[in-house]
Design a protein around this ligand. Structure first.
Ligand code: ADE
Length: 245
């Protein structure tokens, strides 16, 4: 059981996003839990205000440290076992599959979603263990990045994916992209399913699929090729494909 806790000013967005599809089912079956806490409930004032002007001037508003830290203390009290506190920010390390695998081993992951121009630095110093970005672009808030990470991490938790959705054969297995998939009909508007997939010859099909993985990675993500886990036969295939290019 992995416990995700999200500290946010937009709890409905996070709740609805995590209740649907595989994440919803995983929660119902008790493989994960997603707790959502509204930072505004910790404002300490009647109008629920949690932001203020930046010291030193400048544009935008800053989330005050008090509500964030009070909220965190309450959330933390609900957690037992190992715990990481992730601040989602474009200033963080860029999220990737290996990071998802590491996070999936923890007992509790607390996500702090920022808004406005940011969060008072002292709150971050006090509570954050990891600064993580989902890519080099800027969004309006941390909710979507937190949900992206929760999705990527949750599917690695044992039980979350059924056999049919198994995480084993997929993109980034061996650091290669996945081979193309086909289902019925055999002929779609004149485009035919590759003959070999209809042959019933499993060894040939496996070899063909492996070649497709290497071909795809070479064409679409050549930057991944350097980290790919290739066998001797894979390397021969790669040399041949490069000569064809
Ligand atoms: N908040 C705003 N933009 C973000 C990004 N790219 N990654 C993580 N958090 C963010």
């Amino acid at each position: 059981m992995l416990n995700f806790e999200v500290m946010t000013l937009f709890p409905d967005l996070v709740r609805s996003g995590c209740q649907t599809s595989i994440l919803g089912r995983a929660q119902n079956h008790g493989y994960i839990h997603v707790g959502v806490t509204d930072i505004r409930d910790y404002s300490g004032n009647r109008n629920g205000r949690v932001d203020d002007y930046p010291y030193g001037g400048g544009a935008g508003m800053v989330m005050q440290p008090g509500p964030v830290v009070r909220c965190f203390r309450d959330v933390k009290a609900r957690c037992s076992g190992s715990l990481r506190v992730i601040y989602v920010t474009p200033q963080g390390q860029v999220f990737h599959q290996k990071m998802a695998e590491e996070f999936a081993k923890e007992d509790n992951l607390i996500f702090l979603c920022g808004h406005y121009e940011g969060v008072d630095e002292r709150a971050l110093e006090a509570i954050v263990t990891d600064y993580v970005s989902i890519g080099d672009y800027v969004l309006t808030g941390g909710e979507l990045p937190a949900m992206v990470m929760i999705d990527a991490i949750a599917r690695l938790v044992p039980g979350v994916l059924g056999n049919r959705e198994s995480a084993e054969f997929e993109s980034f297995h061996d650091n290669l992209l996945e081979y193309p998939q086909y289902t019925r009909p055999e002929d779609f508007e004149g485009r035919k399913v590759p003959e070999i997939l209809l042959s019933g010859h499993h060894a040939n099909i496996d070899r063909w699929r492996r070649e497709q993985e290497i071909r795809r990675t070479l064409e679409r993500r050549p930057d991944l090729m350097e980290q790919a886990d290739l066998t001797e036969e894979d390397r021969r295939t790669l040399r041949r494909l490069k000569e064809e290019q």
